[in-house]
Design a protein around this ligand. Sequence first.
Ligand SMILES: Cc1ncc(C[n+]2csc(CCOP(=O)(O)OP(=O)(O)O)c2C)c(N)n1
Ligand SMILES: [Mg+2]
Length: 934
Amino acid sequence: MGRSPESFSAAVVLYIIENRDFLAWRFFGGRKGALNRQEQTRNVGQDEQNYIDRESLKDWTEALEALIEQDGPKAAAELLSRLQDHAHYMGVREPFTASTPYVNTIPPEHQPPFEGDRELERLNKSIIRWNAMAMVVRANRHSDGIGGHISTFASAATLYEVGFNHFFHGKTGEHGGDQIYFQGHATPGIYARAFLEGRLKREQLENFRLELARGGGLSSYPHPWLMPDFWSFPTVSMGLGPIMSIYQARYNRYLENRGLKPANGGHVWAFLGDGETDEPESLGAITLAARERLDNLIFVINCNLQRLDGPVRGNGKIIQELEAIFRGAGWNVIKVLWGSEWDEVFAQDTEGVLARALGTLVDGQYQKFSVESGDYIRRSLLAHEPRLKPLLDRLSDEQLRKIKRGGHDPVKVHAAYHAAVNHKGSPTVILAKTVKGYGLGESGEGKNITHQQKKLNEEELWEFRGRFGIPISDEEIAFAPFYKPADDAPSIRYLRERREKLGGFLPRREVCPPKFKTPPEALFEEFYKGADRPVSSTMAFVRILLKLLRDKELGKLVVPIVPDEARTFGMDGLFRQVGIYSSIGQKYEPVDADNLLYYKEAVDGQILEEGITEAGGMSSFIAAGTAYATHGINTIPFFVYYSMFGMQRIGDLVWAAADMRTRGFLIGGTAGRTTLAGEGLQHQDGHSHLLAMPVPNLKCYDPAFAFELAVIIRDGIDRMYGKGESVFYYITVGNENYAMPAMPAGKNVKQGILRGMYKFRPAPGRAGAKFRAQILGSGAILNEALKAQELLAADYGVAADVWSVTSYKELRADGLAAERWNLLHPGAKPKKAYVTQCLEKEEGPVVAASDYMKMLPDGIAKWVPGGLATLGTDGFGRSESRAALRDFFEVDHRHITLAVLSELARRGEMESALAAKAMRGLGIKPGKPDPWIS
Ligand SMILES: Cc1ncc(C[n+]2csc(CCOP(=O)(O)OP(=O)(O)O)c2C)c(N)n1
Ligand SMILES: [Mg+2]
């Protein structure tokens, strides 16, 4: 061999390490025995370096084979692992890569039998392909520019059909059911299947994307709001499906571990695009899934190598990249790269030349192959790796061109799903290689423009029909008609039978939660009475939460969720009382074990302590707030977070929650631009209520006092869980301590709190006052309004009533509803906005002061008789004391007083000189910096 023993053994170790993955694949997977893929860490597709001569290599290879023969593949795996460690001690450094060879993870001999009628399945799939395409083509003929996608489903048809025929479980009495996150742009295919199942009518398909058409249409993407009996999970905003699915799978476990749901099976399937994985949300939570050992979670990533504009990784390999990421995170990775036709070819590739060559080709080249001839593929492969010649010589050009990618081969996909649902201990990701626009031929298959392809010309329709054998006549073809075999055709009977076996049609959303008893008023009495000891509205909220948690009937259904902020909100007392959920309990002695309120983790812990991830917390909120539909369990989530990091950071998830008819309470803590002192620009929230404004079914409140909170929360529980309304709540609470007054007497107070405003404190000494005014205060600024009320009475002879505005959004919605009614009922007695009803008989100017931007109160101005003057906190926050901030933003009692006086002067009721003098007296300088731009 010509080398010293030391250098020889080092070379062999090096060789084995460098080729470990290939050897392992050959010996444990490609040829025999079980392959432990987690043990592999190197990509075959690297340049070979000849540090070891062929003779030595042969010796070592044979030795390894002998070991496998004698002691089995596990022994060989151990040897390789030990050799690697040994090599490390000897100073051999292998470059780290976490991907495996560019071949199917499951070798052919490990494939389970395919139970089913492949012919009938193929026929149904072809018809579904056709109808999915026809939906988009017809919709765009009918209404140019209406859009829709053909190519996404075309690439994913097999991935879905194998799932529908063999794996996706519906919810039944015995089975918990699967939750499936369908890729948003694949909807035409899902509708097309429901059409064959007889669940959707021809007219509905005709009205794809024409939802206002007579007889109803079909929504562009999965939207439970628009199709509440059909869709459960909106996925079209890319990245949200993956993260929501992870937390859904974890929440299923949470419900089981807490004894709220039987452990009766069910997987969460998330279908996503390879381009979609660039969204931070897609991959941002995958470590949680592995940490939680969510073997009830399966990601299927449709790796068609393309996104909207072009290749996902033209110069790289998205599948290898994703494999490394998921393996690194601890997932079970199954690659489905090549169709069954390749099995034979790989079997002849005894030296791994083909596997290596395929591993070094980049995705852009694979995309080119998908549109090219067999001859081109051959020439390209040979240019890349001349040693492939004998192997390729055995294949005709036609064979080469037709060789399928794994994601289009039902047998390969079936094997992957089978392995995934039977895998234990970690989540699974299936990386399925496909062609975008598969089957579209000249009209888009594999082309860069394929994502946008909406129309097929007659020739292309002919080609499509021919390729998939759709029995549509020559005369009809140009019209791209929908096709459905007779109900009793064998293929349709087969399709239905498969679904019956698997628990019924999917997707379907059914809502049948058990009866719910709204908590009695007695539970909230304490808060209606008030307390002299100053507390913050946050503390009041935590006290309400605690009472709810202790309630015999309701307590177990409450789900507190925090993103590492419990101590900020004074919720740490709950750690010990209800425990923090951990799927494995507590395997350490907590550092504060001797503390009464120690950090307690438990399998049946109730709090979801998410760590620093508002997106994760929101995803948990969604899973918990939709459990009434998903599992028929009325869990009531309270997601408590820093209000600044809510609407503006995870607004898109809030929008998805709305679409999903999520129920529960979002609690924006440390809210208000001037109420959170010290934290400054990035923390002080003066706009989350505006950002919440666009969400139609989100009810928003900015309460000042404990009794207001109690009234809102009780009513919220009643509306959402008692009456089953599809609304959810956003409530801001602050951290300023002040006395919590008793709820004023009066039968309309509770109603007023809920409708958005009520008179909290009428002006004292009204009789002797020269002037009258109305002040609208909210949240923590209500106290400034009350101080202004006193100042105005004492120093300026102004009797001002103070109103608490708990919700500008509610007031605006009511005003708009009245206006709309009036628009549609000309001549009828006009309705009055609630704001108008409240204020029309009151005297004096109306001034509103809020800890949010002026636009918030401005939203009701048109219904305020005589107009509305607003004070708010437009501009960047800064680190300062509350008093200084309220002066800076002009929302303190002095500025409220000034605003009232100025308004009186503007109306000619008071001399302007008096207002100017008052201003000096209040110490307000006209030249002070404008907070909006400073
Ligand atoms: C957050 C977000 N950004 C952009 C889009 C627009 N968009 C729709 S499909 C698409 C490309 C999808 O590519 P990929 O994820 O690879 O899916 P494929 O259609 O290839 O299966 C884009 C950018 C979106 N829906 N959501
Ligand atoms: Mg793609």
